[in-house]
Design a protein around this ligand. Structure first.
Ligand code: PGA
Length: 253
């Protein structure tokens, strides 16, 4: 099997002014000692991207945006295009986060358009999927994941798919303190991997990293990262403080 480089991503959501974000990323840059064998990404709000990009100029930490539009420009008040994000120094963009699906009407179709647009301008993409509590209780988890994968990956070829990162984020685990157990997470990740293997060439499917997200913390990251199909973490709450995110990046596993 291809070795996949673990990726630890901080999703700061709607937190921090530009100055606060720059201060935090400087602390991370100084505090993270283990950049070998792991990739680190921070996703500040749009208003902090330029400042954080210049603070990271000679740092291995990569920069992500939390959303984008699929068009490259036009009359779309309030939207930001992939090429604008590339220009400001982003390496990748989080797409389809459950908060965007829940509160801002994102659908598998709009998520797909964004993924295609990002691949076109050669920006990376962290494509999020995950089931709600009701869906899990109704034993529909795998069905929901399959549907989100079909919709989100529509029309993508092998070469494009190879550039993606997926994030499995059970909605019931996000910001709730209820992390999926390592076994629950591994089961979903293995299902996603299997789905990718069926759809794409084996080598491509095995090189796509699948992150887990949902209440990842310093005290559960090691057991999650020990699972064979968990290739990293997408971290919200525990990424807002330098100490806890540094410990997460420093996982043992
Ligand atoms: P959380 O958020 O770590 O606060 O649960 C994760 C996410 O929404 O990406």
């Amino acid at each position: 099997m291809t070795a996949r480089m673990p990726l630890m991503a901080a999703n700061w959501k709607m937190h921090f002014t530009a100055d606060e974000a720059v201060a935090l990323v400087k602390e991370l840059n100084k505090g993270i000692t283990r950049f070998d064998g792991r990739e680190v990404v921070v996703a500040p709000p749009f208003t902090a991207l330029a400042g954080v990009a210049s603070a990271l100029a000679s740092s291995p930490i990569k920069l992500a945006a939390q959303n984008c539009h699929w068009e490259s420009q036009g009359a779309y008040t309030g939207e930001i295009s992939p090429s604008m994000l590339r220009h400001v120094g982003c390496d990748c963009v989080i797409v389809g986060h459950s908060e965007r699906r829940q509160y801002f009407g994102e659908t598998d179709e709009s998520v797909n358009r964004k993924i295609v647009a990002l691949v076109e301008v050669d920006l990376g993409c962290i494509f999020c999927i995950g089931e709600t509590l009701e869906e899990r209780q109704a034993e529909k988890t795998l069905e929901v994941l399959a549907k989100q994968l079909i919709g989100g990956l529509e029309g993508l070829g092998e070469e494009q798919a190879g550039k993606l990162v997926l994030a499995y984020e059970p909605v019931w685990a996000i910001g709730t303190g209820h992390t999926a157990s390592p076994e629950q997470a591994q089961e979903a990740h293995a299902f996603i991997r299997d789905n990718l293997v069926k759809r794409f060439d084996n080598a491509v499917a095995n090189q796509i990293r699948i992150l887990y997200g949902g209440s990842v913390k310093p005290d559960n990251v090691d057991e999650l990262m020990a699972q064979p199909d968990i290739d990293g973490a997408l971290v919200g709450g525990a990424s807002l403080k330098a100490d806890s995110f540094i410990r997460i990046v420093d996982f043992e596993g």
